[in-house]
Design a protein around this ligand. Structure first.
Ligand code: FES
Length: 102
């Protein structure tokens, strides 16, 4: 699938922050872990919490509702191996941030 625009580089979360962005009918959680940008589904698989409103701790996005931690690179739940949210490739091209929703 082609990469489509998600946001601008200026809107990306700062170091060790997460942020949510609408993309078509989805919300996407973008995380910045030590300057590495990654994107995954925004909906926590526990009870649907908004991951992009969470904090980053130890390189994981922590859901703001009940604290499940998610690896933004693999989408895997830290405490439930094999439980994964979808992750998506992102590219920063000049000032544009592009995502491939697959
Ligand atoms: S909804 Fe995310 S931890 Fe419960």
């Amino acid at each position: 699938m082609p990469f489509i625009p998600l946001t601008t580089a200026a809107e990306l979360p700062g170091p060790d922050e997460a942020k949510e962005f609408p993309c078509g009918e989805k919300m996407i959680c973008v995380a910045n872990v030590n300057g590495v940008i990654s994107a995954m589904d925004n909906v926590c698989l526990h009870r649907g919490g908004p991951l992009g409103q969470g904090m980053i701790e130890n390189g994981k996005v922590v859901c703001p509702w009940h604290g499940w931690a998610w690896d933004p690179k693999t989408g895997e739940a830290a405490n439930s191996p094999g439980v994964k949210v979808a992750v998506y490739p992102v590219q920063v091209e000049g000032g544009a941030v592009m995502i491939d929703l697959g």
